[in-house]
Design a protein around this ligand. Sequence first.
Ligand SMILES: *Cc1c(COP(=O)(O)O)cnc(C)c1O
Length: 361
Amino acid sequence: MTQSNTTISMTKVHNFSAGPSILAPEVIEASIAGIQNFAGTTLSLLEVSHRSKEFVSVVEDAQVTIKSLLNIPEGYEILFLGGGASMQFLMLAYNLLEKKGAYTKTGVWAANAVKEAKHLGLVEVIASSEDKNYNYIPKGYTIPSDADYFHCTSNNTIYGSQMKSFPESPIPMVCDMSSDILSRQVDVSKFGLIYAGAQKNMGPAGVTVVIVRKDILGKVSRAIPSMMDYQVHIKSETMFNTPPVFPIFSMLQNLKWVQKMGGVDGMQKRAADRANLLYNEIDSNPLFKGTVEIEDRSQMNACFLLTDETLAPKFDAVWKAAGISGIVGHRSVGGYRASMYNALPLESVQALVYVMRNFNA
Ligand SMILES: *Cc1c(COP(=O)(O)O)cnc(C)c1O
């Protein structure tokens, strides 16, 4: 790639950022358009009431679109909350933890979920992959039927592992899907609660989507502060306080884009194509090796190392020159992490694979 034409080099940045992360150009354009002139009001969406009919219809449209994309059955509510997925670690425990919560500990985020729930009561870690620096997904554990709920993390963003299937749970199953929601089909009816920060696969940072089955709520004896209470937010149709208006609007643009691209099936196919291409290169190129057990590899975050780490400065110079951005691994794993969220085109993975294949040490 030449650096002489800035327009070309700018459009050729391959954005593998782990989050906040890539959005389709048309989603960004539609977001800008809403800031300039919202729904024909000639006002910016940044300066109108969240209770205006135009914005209420954005919220409703986003709920309906998520419902349709994920095939959400009756009995579930969809909330758009602030505070990130990290606030849900605490909020879900406020609402569900009476006697104890059962957790799998499969990475940093899962460990944070455990830590926060402990503020509210007893937590039992029923399976963990901490013994091998979280490089696999534990299996064959028993979910205790005397716990109030079972919590798992579908995709471990930092370590690059992903649950390929979900257990049958005798108690409500709660899942942090922040980094793989909308990238594959899931049977929502198996879950009591799903939550996801938007900034990996759904939109910009600032909004967290909560999908909750109403009948699991209202069973704890504690008094729940209003902002922490799902039922309060449900009653006020996710407008108990001012919701994050811009992130919701921008997320809606992305949901429409996902729909146009073939919905979750379309995203699943894109994810498989990208992941197969990259993992094939990692496995066939002697200069690289993967860090995660093969059967548990994430289709969203591929972690890999140079077999000879002294080559890092040379390799880093090559991928940077090829317009690749954001593949430096998290400090707890080292090496490289290519995050391949919904909006990442296959072309970007082809560019990375090309660099890897032609890297001669
Ligand atoms: C990024 C991430 C989080 C943290 O999300 P915030 O919105 O920053 O709180 C939690 N869980 C998973 C799986 C993540 O990938």
